[in-house]
Each structure stands twice: as structure tokens, then as C-alpha cells.
Design a protein around this ligand. Structure first.
Ligand code: CO8
Length: 372
């Protein structure tokens, strides 16, 4: 059976940058407006006054310094506090499709593939801007690819699980070349009025080409040696938004929004992740110190450092577990793929690394790869 390789990757970067300072300035203006407008209720103890956010807290607690956004103005307007853009409707291309195609074209170019070489498209991300027709089918149509495509998602592990689906389809022989696309248009899913989470996410899209090794036309390919997946139900990262929301009265304003018990997530996920990676290393008769690099999920820099320290028995050098969180913030499922895309050019034949995501679900997914 053929080895499967990742023969190209792509990264779409949205047009706008929002720094912590800009974001906090808008949030604090919103806090002033809220407290002013609700002064009587706050004085009567009927409402709680809101507190300021701070760039220092954000950077120290998470490692995030900035994020990219498809739309900036509404997010930074204290009277709006969400991205403003046209509604998804017939004849209008959803942002996820535009973003996904931007990343896909780069991945195809790096792999030296045209639409005619590809016969399967997987679009895997946390959100779907429209349930049907699938984002994947629109991307397939726009790129002129014949074959089939589908949407999938499992929040933080959408990217790794999507790559693993591509790998298994190729192993099973149900596809000969897969375009994996991972658009994360996260900013509409974030409550910019919530101090605990307003800073966490940014928009981005990644993509990759996967194919049998003998068909790869690039020297930059990475052979997938092993894949591993894990899920365990948790309510600690959650949204309740549903296609059925119109059926209910009094739907809360923030029902769509991401919510989490961040501290709990940190504490519960960390041991799950380190045990998972240790198990995968043992299954492959390796230890983490045999890896040249870990391209880890990008939710919290402190969590990544704790995990890698536990796995290596020492603090990592920056190149052993690269951080993209400072520039991109948390990009839902894309972080480990951004890190892989940005930091693999120095790999030599036989060097090994791990692409690993962890988060909502809980879900953990990883691919052990080796430079061909
Ligand atoms: N500014 C100033 N102070 C603040 C702020 C703020 N913005 N926010 C909270 N504080 C205060 C709190 O009120 C608290 O004050 P006190 O001690 O007086 O009660 C204090 O700071 C500490 O608060 P926390 O305990 O909440 O702070 P933490 O140190 O735990 O840091 C983090 C918060 C950064 C969220 C951290 O807990 C974390 O990163 N945890 C891990 C989270 C994680 O890995 N989540 C998985 C990610 S989910 C995902 O990747 C994809 C999901 C789906 C995508 C959806 C896209 C929209």
C-alpha cells in the first residue's frame, strides 16, 4: 500500500490586523457606555457593572498579541461590537469559500497540482456559513475540480481530523489526490462584549494537498507515518446556537457565541494531551525527543510550554514548538497547520515532526510526519 504524503500547504491571511491595544480600547469604550447606560440598575444591584479588559492580561494569560480579521470596523465600534458584512444569500460567495480558495490555490501551487489532478475536496472547519449546499461543493465548483467533496468539522480538531480523513480516503483508494481546505472565519462566532473571551480568536484559512507518495512532484513533501484521534465529551467549551433557534422565544443575544471555562479546560486538557502524545510516541517506538518539531494547537502559549516541558523533560527551544498565536491568536482548528506551513522548510530527509490539535469536544488529533 502506498505511503501518503502532504505535498503542499497554503495559508490565507485576512486583510485586517487587530492588535490587543485596539481591541481593548474598543472593549473599554463599550464598558464605559454600558456602565453609563445602566447606572441606575447597577446602583440598585440589578445589574453588574462591567470591568475593563487589559492588553497586559491578554498577552500574559494567553500569548496573544494580535489577530487577523476579515472585517475590522464593526468589531472596533463600541456601538456595534461584531464584524459587519453582507448576509449569506443566493449569488453571494461566503467568506469561508473566498478564504478557502485563497489557501487552496497556494497549496496546489506548492504541490504542483492542477484541478485536473484532484478528485476529492474536504472542507473542514469549526463553522459552516451555510449548511447546504456545502462550502466544499462551492469550492470544488469554483476551482473546476471533478469528483466529490464534503464539509465536516469538530471544532478545534477540524483541521487534523480533516487531514486524517483525507489520509484514510487515499489509503482506502477512494480518492487519488485530496484537496483539504480549512477556513476558520471565527470572528462572527465570538462575543466581543465578553471580557473573558473577546480576545481569543482570529480569522484565517489553511489548505493542503495529500496524495500517494509516488505521485508527488515536489521535494517538500512529508510522509504521514501515523495518525491518532481522541474525543471525550466536555461542556467546558460550548456554543448552543442551532439551525432551530427561530423556533424559540427569547433567544439570548449571546446564544451564538463561544463560551468556555478556560481554567478548567487548561487543567483537564493538559494531561489528556501529554498522555495522548506519549502514547502515540510509544506506539511508534519513539519518544518526543526524537521529534525535530511539534506543530501544536495554538490556544494558549503557557499550555503548549507546559505540555512540551512534560514531554521533553525540559523547556523547548523556540524552534521545537513554534508559536504563531502571538500573530494569529487562536484560529479555532488552524493553529497547528499554520505552524506546520510556516516552520518546515529546514527539515531534511528523515526528520520527523508532529502536527497536533486539542480543544473543544474535547478532541485531540495528530499526524506523525517525516520529510521524504
Ligand atoms: N482583561 C483583564 N482581566 C481579565 C480578562 C481580561 N480580558 N479576562 C479575565 N480577566 C480576569 C478574570 O476576571 C480573573 O480575575 P479574578 O482572578 O479577580 O477572578 C483573572 O483575570 C483570571 O481569569 P481566568 O482564570 O479566566 O484567566 P486564565 O489565566 O485562566 O486565562 C484563558 C484565561 C487565556 C482563556 C486561559 O484559561 C486559557 O487559554 N485556557 C485554555 C483554553 C483552551 O485551550 N481552550 C481551547 C480552545 S477552544 C478552540 O480552540 C476552538 C473552539 C471553537 C472555536 C470557536 C471560535 C469562535
Amino acid at each position: 500500500m502506498s505511503n501518503i504524503v502532504i505535498s503542499g500547504t497554503g495559508l490565507f491571511i485576512p486583510p485586517h490586523v487587530i492588535t490587543n491595544e485596539e481591541l481593548v480600547q474598543a472593549f473599554n469604550q463599550y464598558v464605559d457606555l454600558f456602565n453609563e447606560r445602566n447606572a441606575d440598575a447597577i446602583a440598585a444591584g440589578e445589574k453588574e457593572a462591567l470591568s475593563y479588559s487589559s492588553p497586559e492580561f491578554i498577552e500574559k494569560a494567553s500569548g496573544i498579541k494580535a489577530r487577523y480579521a476579515m472585517y475590522k470596523d464593526g468589531i472596533l465600534d463600541p456601538e456595534i461590537m461584531h464584524p459587519v458584512f453582507p448576509m449569506t444569500e443566493e449569488g453571494r460567495t461566503p467568506e469561508m469559500v473566498t478564504m478557502g480558495i485563497g489557501a487552496a490555490k497556494q497549496a496546489m501551487e506548492q504541490a504542483g497540482k492542477t484541478a485536473a489532478d484532484i478528485d476529492m475536496v474536504i472542507v473542514s472547519g469549526t463553522f459552516r456559513q451555510r449548511d447546504y449546499p456545502g462550502m466544499a461543493v462551492e469550492i470544488q465548483r469554483d476551482l473546476g475540480i471533478e469528483g466529490f467533496s464534503y464539509d465536516m468539522g469538530i471544532a478545534c480538531s477540524s483541521a487534523t481530523f480533516g487531514l486524517i480523513n483525507a489520509y484514510t480516503a487515499l489509503k482506502a483508494g477512494t480518492a487519488r489526490c485530496v484537496l483539504f481546505v480549512n477556513p476558520e472565519f471565527t470572528t462572527p462566532g465570538l462575543n466581543f462584549k465578553d471580557r473573558d473571551s473577546h480576545f481569543i480568536f482570529g480569522d484565517v484559512a489553511t489548505a493542503a494537498i495529500l496524495e500517494p507518495e509516488e505521485n508527488a512532484r515536489t521535494e517538500h513533501a512529508f510522509r504521514i507515518l501515523n495518525t491518532k484521534q481522541f474525543t471525550q465529551y466536555s461542556d467546558n467549551i460550548r456554543t448552543d446556537q442551532s439551525y432551530a433557534d427561530y423556533c424559540f422565544d427569547n433567544v439570548p443575544e449571546d446564544r451564538y457565541a463561544f463560551k468556555q471555562r478556560g481554567r478548567k479546560v487548561f487543567k483537564e486538557l493538559l494531561p489528556l494531551v501529554t498522555n495522548f502524545i506519549e502514547g502515540q510516541m510509544a506506539d511508534n517506538q519513539m519518544s518526543a525527543s526524537d521529534l525535530k518539531r511539534m506543530w501544536l494547537h495554538q490556544a494558549n502559549v503557557n499550555m503548549n510550554m507546559f505540555a512540551v516541558k512534560k514531554l521533553l523533560g525540559r523547556l523547548p527551544a523556540p524552534e521545537e514548538a513554534p508559536v504563531v498565536l502571538d500573530e494569529f491568536a487562536n484560529t479555532a482548528s488552524s493553529g497547528s497547520v499554520i505552524a506546520f506551513h510556516r516552520y518546515n522548510a529546514d527539515f531534511e530527509s528523515g526528520d520527523r515532526g508532529l502536527i497536533c490539535s486539542f480543544g473543544a469536544g474535547y478532541s485531540i488529533g495528530s499526524l506523525l510526519v517525516e520529510k521524504i
